[in-house]
Structure formats: C-alpha cells, structure tokens
Design a binder for this molecule. Structure first.
Ligand code: GLV
Ligand code: GLV
Length: 325
C-alpha cells in the first residue's frame, strides 16, 4: 500500500512539514499566494488528507473531487471556511487549532482597543506629518480604558482571555453567549447580559464570536445605533460579524468613537476602502495569531491533527460534526 497523499495548500511555518512527512507523501502548493481553486480541485483527487489555510473554501464541490479524503485540517481556530456537515456526511474528520492562539489573539484585541481608544495611530500620523509643534492641553483626546465597562461578545476561549485582561484594567466586564457560563463568570468576575444591554452599556465592545449563520451581521445598523457615542468596537472574530456599510456610516457620523479591526468584510480590504481612510478606524491585516511562536504552534498542531487522523487515532483538536457551543 502506498503512503497516503497529504495535500497542503500553502507552506506552513515551523516543523509542520517534517511532522506530516512521517505520515505520508506530502504535496505543497509551492507559490507564495493562495492556491487557485481549479488547481486545488485537481490536486485533491487522490488526497487522503487536506491541510488548509482559512483562505480555502472546503465545500461539497471540493469534497466531491476528493473521493479518498479522510481528514481536513485547518491551520486556524475558526472553521467558517469549512462545510462541516458536508465533511461529516462523507465521514471526513475536521481538525483546527484552538488554545495555542488564544492569548496571542487576545493580545491583539487589546492592542486594537488601546490604539483606537488612545488614538495611537492618529498620534503617529501627527508626528510623521511634522505637525507636532508643542504640547497641547487638548491634543488628540481619547477615551478612557481603565475602570470603564467592557462588553465581550462571545465568551469562548479568546473571549475569556480578553475578559481576563479587562479585569486587570479594573473594568466591569459583561458578556453575551448562547449559553450561560457560570464557572467562567465565577472565575473571572464577569456577568452575562443580552446583546442590546451589552451594546448600550459598554464603553468598549470586543467581538470574538465564531462566524455562523446566527452571528453573521450581528453588528448591523440597529446594533451600532444602540452603542454609546464614546464607545469603541473591536473585531478579532470574522469580518462578516459586522455589516461593513453600517460601520462606515457609524464611524463617519460619530455614532461611536472608533473601531479596531483585525478582520474585515471583504478581506483583504482595498487601500481606498472608506474603513482604511477613516481616521477613527484602525485596520490591521488579520494578524490576531501572528507571532512566530503562535503561528508555528498552530502549524504543528494542524500537522499533528493530520497524523492522528491518518492513523485512525484521536486527533489533538478535532471538531464535532455540528457546532457545540
Ligand atoms: C484565525 O483567524 C483563526 O481562525 O485561527
Ligand atoms: C473560539 O473557539 C475561541 O477560541 O474563542
């Protein structure tokens, strides 16, 4: 029996390829850009394992082109790019990379929250433009962070890590989630409210929820209208949690103070997009987990998921066929 074919859609960092090579014959898309869809469809024909980035859509069409596939391993915690039910119907296991990126992603949420609140990017622009002439009592006033109210939308692993940081800033922290999380409430000193209450009472709102049919455009025009004019909004989940056009209106008309976005809709965002041009919006290019340590850990965990699945063993991070929380 020949070694199973493992198709990898983009060269992963760290030791991932060495780990994969122990379990089969590895084919890697050699170019420094996302693999074209037709190349991928062609390539997966004999694949038993598919190692993907969040840029690949794994749907019924792709799976139908891969009759021997046994496992899809996403080098990301979010799996909205994967049709999990279509995988389950074909007996294909799905892996992802939780935990290893939690703290790093929570750090990015806080980097954005602080940058927007304290106008760090506008300050840098001010200095670079040669406009820093003297100290001014009213130069670039921001909004306070310490001892204010933080609203965390989605209290998963990343949401809990964001909330813990908020408590260290002396914040009153509230959250929304589909189910109450009494153990976390107790451990972190946070309380569950409904979304309208969270939006209406928080000085800073951080989105960490997974993208699902229920959370798509969760932050629409009505939600933004509910927020305080001094509030900030941070998104480290997925771009489509927010209605982009409504956010552009809210930021230009001062419904909220500012926004910090690690993820956008569309993604990537063109340089001439209004969100990029608005001074009260800080956009970074999906860098939530982007440190060497974390990206290498994600790549290696995704590789170990493949190795375990091909051996018919429990995967280090396997997803159930349907969403659980
Ligand atoms: C990144 O967005 C991830 O889901 O890991
Ligand atoms: C989502 O799965 C998270 O880690 O918050």
């Amino acid at each position: 029996m020949s070694a199973p074919l493992i198709v990898v859609t983009r060269r992963p960092p760290g030791r991932a390829l060495d780990i994969l090579a122990e379990a089969g014959e590895v084919w890697v898309w050699p170019e420094d850009r996302a693999i074209p869809r037709d190349v991928l469809i062609d390539r997966v024909h004999d694949a038993e394992a598919l190692y993907t980035m969040l840029t690949e859509r794994v749907d019924a069409e792709l799976l139908d082109a891969a009759p021997r596939l046994r496992v899809v391993s996403n080098m990301a915690v979010g799996v909205d790019n994967i049709d999990r039910e279509a995988c389950a119907r074909r007996g294909i296991r799905v892996g992802h990379t939780p935990d290893v990126l939690t703290e790093t992603t929570a750090d990015m949420a806080w980097a954005l929250l602080l940058a927007v609140s304290r106008r760090v990017v506008e300050g840098v622009d001010h200095v670079r433009a040669g406009r820093w002439r003297r100290w001014e009592p009213e130069l670039l006033w921001g909004v306070d962070v310490s001892s204010t109210t933080l609203g965390v939308v989605g209290l998963g692993r990343i949401g809990a890590a964001v909330a813990r940081r908020g408590r260290a800033f002396g914040m009153d922290v509230r959250y929304t989630s589909r189910r109450p999380k009494p153990a976390l409430e107790e451990a972190l000193g946070v309380s569950r409210v409904d979304l309208d209450t969270l939006l209406g009472t928080s000085d800073h709102v951080v989105l960490t929820a997974a993208l699902t049919p229920e959370t798509r455009y969760l932050i629409d025009r009505a939600a933004l209208e509910r927020m305080r004019p001094t509030a900030t909004l941070v998104n480290v989940g997925r771009g489509p949690l927010i209605d982009t056009d409504a956010l552009v209106t809210a930021l230009s008309e001062g419904w909220i103070f500012g926004a910090g976005l690690d993820v956008t809709d569309p993604e990537p965002l063109p340089a001439d997009h209004p969100l990029v041009e608005l001074p009260n919006c800080v956009v970074v290019p999906h860098l939530g987990s982007s440190t060497r340590r974390t990206r290498e850990a994600m790549a290696e965990l995704a590789a170990r998921n493949v190795v375990a699945a091909l051996a018919g063993e429990p995967m280090p991070a396997e997803l159930a066929a349907t969403r659980e929380s």
